[in-house]
Each structure stands twice: as C-alpha cells, then as structure tokens.
Write a new protein. Structure first.
Length: 417
C-alpha cells in the first residue's frame, strides 16, 4: 500500500513537472521570455501552476466524496478563496487574456472569469455552509470551530481586498509592487468578494449561538425513535429475504426428493416387470417339460393345477417375505448405510455377531444388538433412537432376529440406497 502511494505521488509530480515545462516553453516560443516581458512570462508559469493546483483541488473533493465526507476542509475553503483573490488580482497585471468583458471603469476580463471566478464561487458556497451546516472545520487531524474560522477568514481576506482596492485606486502608494498594473479600473470580482465577506462577517456576529433548547429531550427521543424504526425496517427486510431464501431451498429439496422417489418407483417397476418376465419364462419351460411326459388331458390338468399352486405359493411366499423385509426396514424417508447400524455401538452387524442376534425397535424399527438392548432396558423403557415407549412384554421377551437374516434384509434394502 505504501509503495502504491509513493508511485501515485511520483506520477503526479511527473505530470505537474511536464505541465510547468510545457508552459515554460510556450512562454519562450510566444516571445514572453523574462527579458522581453516579465508579466507575460509569469502569466504562463501561473497558468501551469493553476492547472496543477486545480488537479489537486478536484482530487481532494473527489476523495472526500468517496468517503461520504463533508467538504468542511481548511484547504478547500481558505486555500480556494486565496486562489480566487490571487488570480483576480493578477488579472489586472497581465496582458494575456486581458480583454475586458465590461467596457468602463469596472474590470472583469477573461483571466478573472476563467481562473479566479470558479475558486471564488466554490469558496463562498463552502463559507455559507459554515454558517448554516458545518460546526467544525478540519485542518489535517485538528478541528477548528466553524464560527471562529469564518471570523478569522473574513477579517484576513477583507483586509487583503480592502488594501488592494485602495492601492489600485491610488489611495495608497503602489511602490511595493514588482510588476506594473495594466489597468486602474475597479476589479469587479475583488469588490464582490469584499462585500460578500463583510456580509458573512455581519451575519456571524449578529447570529446567536444555538441554545441548548434546540436539543430538547423530545427532539432527541424523536431522533432515536426514527433510528430504531430504520433499524427495524432493515431487520424486517433482511428476515424477509432470508425466509424467501429458506423457502426456495426447501422447495428445491422437496423437488429433489420427489424426483428421487420417482426414479426409485421406476426402478422398482422395471425390476418387478423383469421378475414377472422371468417367472413367465420359467412357467413356460415347466409346461413344455411336463407335456413331453404326460398325456394331453393329464398334461392339461397337471399344468393347470401346478400353475395355480405355483402362483398361490409364490404369491403367498412373496407377500410374507415382503412383510418380513418391511419389519426390518428403519422408518425413514431415504435409506442410508447408517440406518442399519446398531443404535448403541454404531457398528453394522457382521457374521461374527451371530451369537448376539439383533433386536428391532417396534416403533422406529432401528436395530440394536440383543445384549446392548437388554442393558439399556434395565435403566429405561424408552428407545434410545426415537424416545418411543417400549412395552413391558417386549422388554421381557424381545423378538430376536438372527444376524444372517438381518444381513439378507440389509442386502435387499441396500439396493434402494
């Protein structure tokens, strides 16, 4: 950061040096060397200085605006007013851009309009803000009371303006000037600046300081309530935005789960169709085999009875098998491997646990080893997983599932993961 600042300062210095050198060479090329015309030479140099100071002035305003700061800066007000007065006075001492916009005893030439008036106008606005808005003026890291600053600035520049007006009209000797003035007309900008400063000085003297009654408790409470209202409005807006985001996330999760369930149903349909097709093929093969060893009538009766018994047996065995598998399926939406782990030791049953056996909670159907389940039941009658009440009969005589059978169920439900 420090190196970047140094590079920026070096770049500014090079730019300012180039501007001054250009003005220096322009002055020499136009025949305004110090030997030929000292006023003209200094006019070009002052033009370059004005460009450099204007760049700094604008960058200072831009920097304050970036940080949302007020323009109550000593350099902007005091320095800007000084720049306006200096270049307004220099307009009476140069022949460059000295065309008078007003023919008569009032001098308001192009030099004054272009180089002095902008600074004078901005400074007068900032001085007015010192009267109406600002309470402090900042000079570096120090602050000055705005009323004191206006009084000091007004007195200082009133004296300069008044002294110059007296000298330009010959009331006071102008022997101290190094340069000779090119006109004795009354400088309009200096006169307006003097009158405005006197007006500001009168206002600041006549205007009383704000009394403490302006800062009453009712005004303070209204201000605080207004701040609280703004804070609550901001909080409500943030909460509304967050609730909308949560609703969108919940809808996205529901849509994802719905698609997942739909895919599972489609897979299950495909599996069932495949099984039916396999059973149909088996039945067809069985019928063909039996036909080759029996008479037509016997074959028909045998095939009919065998198919009926096979259908009845397969349907009954399939339904009972599904019921057994459903009894060993944990009650949850989407199955994972962790749902088949013991709720006490968090280990998946293995073939080495064959002597232990598995107990499934009658409420949530989550598994547990028999010995660990009985140890838990000695101190509690609630399930460790779902906090459901387990009946005394089940606690005394729990239904033990062999580990091999539970592992077969686990392999079946593992396909649904």
């Amino acid at each position: 950061m420090k190196n970047l600042k140094m590079k920026m300062n070096l770049t500014k210095f090079i730019v300012y040096l180039i501007v001054l050198l250009l003005n220096f060479f322009i002055a020499l090329l136009t025949g305004n060397s110090p030997a030929e015309s000292l006023n003209g030479f200094f006019s070009f140099i002052l033009l370059g200085i004005w460009i450099c100071i204007s760049i700094e002035y604008v960058s200072k305003i831009k920097k304050l605006r970036e940080y949302n700061s007020s323009l109550n800066n000593f350099a902007l007000i005091f320095g800007g007013l000084g720049m306006g007065i200096f270049y307004a006075i220099w307009g009476d001492f140069t022949t460059i851009l000295s065309e008078n916009a007003n023919s008569g005893d009032i001098n308001f030439n192009t030099w004054i309009i272009l180089f002095a008036t902008p600074y004078m106008f901005i400074s007068m606005i900032l001085l007015f803000l010192c009267l109406s808005k600002y309470t402090s003026i900042y000079f570096g890291n120090k602050s000055i009371y705005a009323r004191t600053f206006i009084i000091f600035t007004s007195i200082f520049y009133i004296l300069i303006d008044f002294f110059y007006l007296l000298m330009s009209q010959g009331v006071i000797s102008d022997a101290i000037w190094i340069f000779n003035p090119v006109t004795s007309a009354l400088n309009l900008l200096i006169l307006l600046n003097l009158l405005t400063l006197i007006l500001y000085f009168i206002i600041i003297i006549a205007k009383r300081r704000p009394s403490t009654s302006r800062f009453s408790m009712s005004r303070v409470s209204n201000r605080l309530s207004n701040i609280d209202r703004r804070i609550s409005d901001a909080d409500n807006f943030v909460n509304f935005a967050r609730s909308g985001e949560r609703n969108a996330q919940a809808q996205a999760r529901q849509e994802k789960e719905r698609k997942k369930r739909q895919k599972e149903r489609e897979r299950e349909r495909a599996r069932s169709k495949k099984r039916q097709e396999q059973e149909r093929i088996k039945q067809t093969k069985t019928k063909k085999t039996k036909k080759s060893y029996s008479s037509p009538r016997t074959q028909r009766s045998t095939s009919t009875s065998s198919s009926r018994s096979q259908q009845y047996t397969s349907s009954s065995s399939t339904s009972s098998r599904k019921k057994e598998l459903l009894r060993m399926r944990p009650k949850t939406g989407a199955l994972t491997k962790d749902d088949f782990k013991c709720i006490f030791c968090f280990e998946l049953p293995t073939t080495s646990d064959g002597h232990r056996g598995i107990v499934v909670c009658p409420n949530c159907r989550y598994p547990a080893h028999v010995d660990e389940f009985k140890n838990w039941m000695r101190t509690s009658n609630l399930c460790s997983r779902c906090d459901g009440v387990i009946s005394s009969s089940f606690r005394r005589n729990p239904k033990v599932i062999p580990v091999k059978e539970y592992l077969r169920a686990y392999k079946f439900w593992k396909k649904k993961f």
